[in-house]
Design a protein around this ligand. Structure first.
Ligand code: ZN
Length: 247
C-alpha cells in the first residue's frame, strides 16, 4: 500500500527511506519550498556546530528579555536586526506594527511576554517605507486590510495639522514615526502594562523606527518605565521627530 506523505506524526521519528520519500515529493512538487528545508538543515547544523547542545537547551525553556512589536514586512526581521539569537526576543508582528487594545492576538502576546515570561523591555519598532503606513497616508484601497489600516489613518487625522504642513516627501517618514509613538502609548495604557507597573514590575516600553535603506534603527526618544512621565515623554518625542531634523 502506498504510504501517505502527510501523516508524518504517526511515523515520527522518520526513518531514512521515509525522509528520502518526503524530500523527493517536495522537490518534485515544490522546489521553492525544498530550498527552505535545505537551508533550515544547514542553519541548524551551523548553529549546533558553533554551540553544541544549543537546541536541546533552548527546547527546555525560553527567558527572553525583550518583546518586539513590529511590522510583518519581510524586510524587517526582528532577530537579525538587533543581532539576537533564538530564545532572546519574543515577537509579535502585524501590518503596520499596530497595538490595538481590542486585538486579542496582540494583547495575548503582550500578556504572555510580560506576565509569564517577565520580559524587561517592550520594543515597538516601525520602519520607513512601510506599505501599511503609505496606504493609510494616501487612502489607498487594498481590500480587507483597509479596515486594519484605519487605525493608522486615525493617527494621520490626529496629526493632520503637522503632516499637512510638511513637504510631501517627508510626510510618510513622519507618519511612520508618529505611528510608533502612538503605539508606544497604546502599549503603556494597556491593562497588562498598567498592572505590571502598579505591582512594581521592572518594565520599559521603547519606540524605534528602522530604516530599510541603511539597516539602522533610530531611537524615537520615547522610553517609558512608569505612568508618571507619559504625557511629557509623548510631547518631547513629537517635538524631536527624526524626519523633522534639518538635513
Ligand atoms: Zn511595514
Amino acid at each position: 500500500m502506498k504510504q501517505k506523505l502527510y501523516d508524518i506524526p504517526n511515523h515520527y521519528p522518520l526513518n531514512s527511506s521515509r525522509r528520502r520519500a518526503i524530500d523527493q515529493h517536495v522537490a518534485r512538487n515544490a522546489p521553492d519550498i525544498n530550498r527552505l528545508f535545505e537551508q533550515n538543515r544547514a542553519w541548524a547544523k551551523e548553529i549546533e556546530s558553533r554551540e553544541p547542545g544549543f537546541f536541546a537547551a533552548l527546547s527546555r525553556q525560553q527567558s527572553p528579555q525583550y518583546l518586539w512589536i513590529g511590522c510583518s514586512d519581510s524586510r524587517v526581521p526582528a532577530n537579525q536586526i538587533v543581532g539576537l539569537v533564538p530564545g532572546e526576543v519574543f515577537v509579535h508582528r502585524n501590518v503596520g506594527n499596530v497595538a490595538v487594545h481590542t486585538d486579542l492576538n496582540y494583547m495575548s502576546a503582550l500578556q504572555y511576554a510580560v506576565d509569564v515570561l517577565g520580559v524587561r523591555h517592550v520594543l515597538v519598532v516601525g520602519h520607513y517605507g512601510c506599505g501599511g503606513v503609505l496606504a493609510a497616508l494616501h487612502g489607498r484601497r487594498l481590500g480587507l486590510i483597509d479596515n486594519w489600516l484605519r487605525h493608522i489613518q486615525d493617527i494621520r487625522i490626529k496629526h493632520a495639522a503637522l503632516l499637512d504642513s510638511l513637504p510631501e516627501s517627508i510626510q510618510a517618514e513622519s507618519l511612520c514615526e508618529l505611528n510608533v509613538i502612538e503605539q508606544v502609548l497604546n502599549v503603556c495604557r494597556s491593562t497588562v502594562v498598567h498592572e505590571a507597573w502598579q505591582s512594581g514590575q521592572k518594565l520599559s516600553v521603547h519606540g524605534w523606527v528602522y530604516s530599510l535603506s541603511d539597516g539602522l534603527i533610530r531611537d524615537l526618544h520615547i522610553s517609558l518605565s512608569d505612568h508618571g512621565a507619559m504625557s511629557q515623554a509623548y510631547d518631547s518625542a513629537l517635538a524631536a521627530l527624526p524626519s523633522l531634523a534639518p538635513r
